[in-house]
Design a protein. Structure first.
Ligand SMILES: C[S@@+](CC[C@H](N)C(=O)[O-])C[C@H]1O[C@@H](n2cnc3c(N)ncnc32)[C@H](O)[C@@H]1O
Length: 326
């Protein structure tokens, strides 16, 4: 259902801080937005022009708290916040915000998803590198958040093709022999490796990896959960790969260019579509309190979700409406 008090598929021209008050508690599946960055651009009004980064983060948190209020218990909140050099030093504004937001009672930060810009603005800095990434922070307020991981990056997600070479996994036998494992552990390792290799040949798994104590470096901070105890108990562990491409916390796309746009900071529809598919069911209601040129709404239409947006600048409101009707 659309949030009562506001019709869905609407962009309201006005102040997000005022308009969000009309949205009932627990009514929105996803809030996804890119607020004005700290001292980056002049949108004519609104937030972003504060003197100090602390004031900016406070302003952002006031809106974020309202987003927490309106998000359903199975919903999510995604904020894209960019950084800014001040007196030659990164201000770490995104992280100041993310730390403060994740300290709000009940709020958890699930991921920092990095948007990698394939075509960053070319610059010739002599003493630093060109920034080409931005974080999208994914927050939730419960363990029951909607999550369709199969839908994330599904287009480009080629399944791993099964390894059918006769040599798959064979090199681990020599490593077992060379290891410091006891004879009993070596025998067990050989038997389990043979079984896993057979599973690859039978098509039950697509590939395997083996970690052997003293041969392979342990992951920094140790192996996770069951693997740590397997390594401790048996001296080895076998990781079975089952065909799904790894879903990494990275989205790579070009920077968006929208023909005849007057908006200076458009985020890619492609990135928003990934989050919409990952975090909402079809027909869900998505809110963008800083709608700008309407990218979130365009993504929702493409994915069959409903949108509610706010935008302070009437010129951008008109641009968003034109994008949606064009
Ligand atoms: C970074 S832009 C969003 C761009 C948008 N994601 C897109 O792809 O077009 C931030 C927008 O927030 C608007 N804004 C600033 N303060 C606002 C406020 N208090 N209420 C509503 N909109 C505001 C600005 O006019 C600007 O268009």
């Amino acid at each position: 259902m659309p949030p009562s008090g506001l019709a869905s598929d609407t962009i309201l021209c006005g102040d997000a801080y005022e308009l969000i008050r009309d949205i009932p508690d627990d009514s929105v599946h996803l809030v996804i937005t890119s607020p004005p960055y700290f001292r980056q651009r002049d949108y004519g009004a609104g937030i972003g022009g504060e003197e100090r980064v602390e004031e900016y983060v406070d302003a952002l948190l006031r809106l974020f708290r309202e987003c927490v209020r309106v998000a359903r218990p199975d919903g999510s909140i995604v904020f894209n916040v960019g950084d800014k050099y001040l007196r030659g030093s990164l201000s770490l504004t995104p992280y100041r915000f993310a730390i403060a937001a994740s300290e709000i009672d009940g709020v958890r930060l699930v991921n920092e998803v990095t948007w990698v810009k394939r075509n960053p603005t070319p610059r010739q800095f002599r003493r630093r590198l060109v920034s080409s990434t931005e974080p999208f922070f994914h927050f939730v307020t419960s363990d029951d958040y909607y999550y369709d991981i199969a839908a994330f990056l599904a287009d480009g997600a080629k399944r791993r093709s099964p390894k059918n070479g006769r040599n798959v996994g064979r090199s681990y036998f020599a490593k077992i022999d060379a290891s410091e494992l006891t004879d009993a552990q070596k025998a067990k390792a050989r038997a389990e490796l043979s079984a896993a290799i057979q599973e690859v040949h039978d098509g039950e798994i697509t590939d395997l990896r083996m970690k052997i104590r003293g041969i392979h470096a342990e992951a920094f901070g140790g192996q996770e959960g069951g693997r740590a105890s397997q390594l401790a108990r048996n001296g080895f562990t076998i990781i079975r790969l089952r065909g799904e491409k790894l879903k990494r916390d990275v989205i790579q796309t070009p920077v968006e260019t929208v023909r005849n746009s007057i908006h200076p900071a458009i985020y890619p529809v492609r990135v928003v579509r990934e989050f919409v598919r990952l975090l909402t069911p079809p027909g869900a209601v998505v809110l963008d309190p800083f709608m700008g040129s309407g990218s979130t709404a365009v993504a929702c239409v493409a994915e069959g979700r409903r949108y509610v947006g706010f935008e302070l600048n009437p010129d951008y409101c008109r641009e968003a409406e034109a994008r949606l009707s064009g």
